[in-house]
Structure formats: structure tokens, C-alpha cells
Design a protein around this ligand. Structure first.
Ligand code: ATP
Length: 376
């Protein structure tokens, strides 16, 4: 490839494949989707994440062409979708219920995805075989849906949705019907298949762990609006608001005031934590400003002895949960604030040699780089 061709390819793949421009959708006077703008790249797994009723399915349905935006525009692969009906879009959708035909074999279910394609019987057979290979179900082509497992049914639905080689696959809660163990396994399979086909996936989910594992990037939605877009690590480690920080994972919040900013560091007065704490500063911070310090439970150290460092506070174990791989401590500070702390059980511990139990006094401490400072 010449240098020009390489740079053209880079430019093409970094250009957004889907552009959602200021899209809103109202049902009567209710705005289900409110001024959403998003750019999704080709070959990405992009998750729309949010609680029930936040508008994620409505947004997905507008991409599919099942709903029309009240205002705004959607472009797929550079083409304005305003007047393009669902069946003419380079898009397919995999529904939550999979909607497999119970009386048809796995093969026939997959072939059904090709019913509108102009193909010879031999081409159709080849394509079905290719899809069965892709989802590793070559042995199961003749079985009916009730003769295979839930995870396998999910893969049949995926094969059917991918059969006509859509440029974009929309997946509505694709793993919701699977139990936890199978869901974890299938998440990786789904990622593998996406990687092999290079099809752009937009996945709707209310499950934050699923969005974190599956997606290259995600949009966190609330009340019809996109609150933050970013890679999972970005959204988890650098949430832009209290809403996003609280929605993704567990977190402790303490309200306070900035006492001083010294270069990269800020001193924060936090009455609920009983004193002054040091944290990495953020742009625009100045003394006197109201601030929220947010810190994840796994970023707090817990010890019986005073660690003798900055950012240490003493409390009493108020509650304790043993979760196998980790333990969750709820520690009450003198102000009454309850701080959640996660301790990974790196070594095997017996019932009587835990670090601390109910009513024990413990010290909590954290590094200045661990908390997140939030102004909204
Ligand atoms: P869930 O996870 O519960 O499916 P969601 O984020 O996918 O939620 P949507 O299905 O997009 O939510 O719905 C967003 C809001 O719009 C909800 O309050 C819903 O009741 C409303 N809504 C969706 N479709 C319609 C409709 N056809 N008519 C009226 N209101 C609707």
C-alpha cells in the first residue's frame, strides 16, 4: 500500500460511521430522547447504557428506522437516513427475545435472515454454513431451537442477524435471557465474533458490567440525554458528574470546600470525613469552591493500625459482607457518614482471622490520586 493509500485508510476508518446529530424524539409532550449527538466509528462495539426508561431503546429504534426522529438527523456511512425505510438500511437488529422460529431448524432460522437477498440456493447454503461456522454451531444445524441451550440460541440469533452482512448490527439487551455464568462466557464470544466480522455493533444494555466488558466506547444516558461518552476506563475512572460516577460502579461521596490549590494538588475540607484531605486537582479549581470528593470502595485501604499517612481517618466497622473474592466493609465515621471499602481476599482467610469484624475500630486511608473531584 502506498503512503497516500495508508493515510486515506486511516482517515476513512477514523471518520464517524454513524452520526447522530441533535436527535430528539417526543411521544406527545414527553421527550424520550433529548438532543442527542453521537459519533460512532466503523468496527466499534458501542454501548448505550442507562437505567430503565432513559431512552436507549428509542434511540436504537431510530437507528433501525422503526421510529422517526422528531428533530435532528441520523447518518449511516455518510448517508442521511431521514427518508430511508428500515428494510433499506444497511442495518440489522437482534432482539432481546431472539425471536427464533420454534418449528424451524437452526439452519432454516439462519437462512430466514437471507429471505430478501437475491441468491441462488447454493449461495444461500454456503452462507448459512459460513454463519454456522462463525458461531461454532456447525454440528447443530438440524436441531430445533428447543433442542439447544440458551447460549446456543443466542448465537443462532446472532448468526441470523449477521447472515446478510449488515454494516451495522443493533443489539437490544443481547444477553439478558442468559444466566450469569453463561452471560460472562457469551460476552467474550460476542466480542470475538464482532472482531472476526468487523461489523459495527451498537448494544443497548442497562447492565453496567456488560457495557464495560463488551464495549470499546459507551454513552451513559439519563432522562433522554447523553451524560458522558468514553471508553469504559475513562467513564469509570474519570466520570464527568456525580450522576455518571454513581451510575457506574459503587462510589463514596463527600461534600466539601476547596481550602487551597497548590500546583497539581488541592486541599479539601470535608466535614463529613472529619478534616482536610489532599487530592489531585482539576482545572478551574480555586479556594472557596464547593466540591464533591468521590472515591471508589476498592481505592480505600483499611487497616487496624494508623497508617501514619495523609488522608487517613478512623471509624468503626458497621457492617461486613463476605463475597468470596472480596469483602465489603461499611465503616462509620464519627460524623455518621458510612464509607464503603472493598478488600480483595488475596489470601484464604478463615472465619476468625479477618482483618476486622463488627464494632472494630479501623483506619481508612487513600492516595491523593485515588479520589475524583466533581463540581456537578
Ligand atoms: P428499558 O431499559 O426499560 O427498556 P429504555 O431506556 O430502553 O428503557 P425506552 O424504551 O427508550 O427506554 O423509553 C424511553 C421513554 O419513552 C419511556 O419513558 C417510555 O415509556 C417512553 N416511550 C417509549 N416508546 C413509547 C411510545 N411508543 N409511546 C409513548 N411513550 C413511549
Amino acid at each position: 500500500m502506498t503512503e497516500t493509500a495508508t493515510s486515506q485508510k486511516t482517515a476513512a476508518s477514523s471518520a464517524p460511521f454513524i452520526r447522530i446529530e441533535n436527535v430528539s424524539k417526543s411521544f406527545g409532550s414527553f421527550k424520550a430522547v433529548d438532543s442527542v449527538s453521537l459519533a460512532i466509528k466503523k468496527g466499534e462495539i458501542f454501548a448505550l447504557l442507562g437505567g430503565s426508561g432513559c431512552g436507549k431503546t428509542t434511540l436504537l429504534r431510530m437507528l433501525a428506522g422503526f421510529e422517526t426522529p422528531t428533530t435532528g438527523k441520523i447518518f449511516i456511512d455518510g448517508q442521511d437516513m431521514t427518508n430511508i425505510p428500515a428494510y433499506e438500511r444497511p442495518v440489522n437488529m437482534m432482539f432481546q427475545s431472539y425471536a427464533l422460529f420454534p418449528h424451524m431448524s437452526v439452519e432454516k432460522n439462519i437462512a430466514y435472515g437471507l429471505k430478501h437477498e437475491k441468491m441462488t440456493d447454493a449461495q444461500r447454503k454456503d452462507r448459512v454454513r459460513e454463519m454456522l461456522d462463525l458461531v461454532q454451531l456447525s454440528q447443530f444445524g438440524h436441531r430445533k431451537p428447543h433442542q439447544i441451550s440458551g447460549g446456543q440460541r443466542q448465537r443462532v440469533a446472532l448468526a441470523r442477524a449477521l447472515a446478510r452482512a449488515p454494516k451495522l448490527l443493533l443489539l437490544d439487551e443481547p444477553l439478558a435471557a442468559l444466566d450469569k455464568k453463561l452471560r460472562e462466557h457469551t460476552q467474550f464470544e460476542l466480542m470475538n465474533i464482532q472482531h472476526k466480522t468487523g461489523v459495527t455493533f451498537v448494544v443497548v444494555t442497562h447492565d453496567q458490567e456488560e457495557a464495560m466488558i463488551l464495549s470499546d466506547r459507551m454513552a451513559v444516558m439519563d432522562k433522554g440525554q447523553v451524560k458522558q461518552v468514553g471508553a469504559p476506563t475513562e467513564v469509570y475512572e474519570y466520570p464527568n458528574s456525580k450522576f455518571v460516577a454513581g451510575f457506574i460502579g459503587s462510589i463514596n461521596f463527600a461534600e466539601g470546600k476547596v481550602a487551597a490549590v497548590n500546583g497539581d494538588m488541592a486541599e479539601i475540607d470535608l466535614p463529613s470525613m472529619g478534616g482536610r484531605f489532599t487530592a489531585c486537582s482539576i482545572p478551574g479549581l480555586e479556594a472557596g469552591k464547593d466540591i464533591t470528593l468521590a472515591i471508589r470502595p476498592e481505592k480505600i485501604a483499611i487497616s487496624r493500625e494508623n497508617p501514619g499517612t495523609k488522608n487517613a481517618v478512623q471509624g468503626v466497622v458497621n457492617d461486613l459482607g463476605y463475597l468470596g473474592k472480596d469483602s465489603l466493609y461499611k465503616v462509620q465515621l464519627p460524623s455518621g457518614m458510612i464509607v464503603s471499602v472493598n478488600l480483595v481476599n488475596a489470601r484464604r482467610v478463615g472465619e476468625y482471622d479477618r482483618l476486622a469484624v463488627w464494632e472494630d475500630k479501623v483506619w481508612l486511608s487513600f492516595e491523593p490520586g485515588s479520589p475524583i473531584l466533581l463540581t456537578n
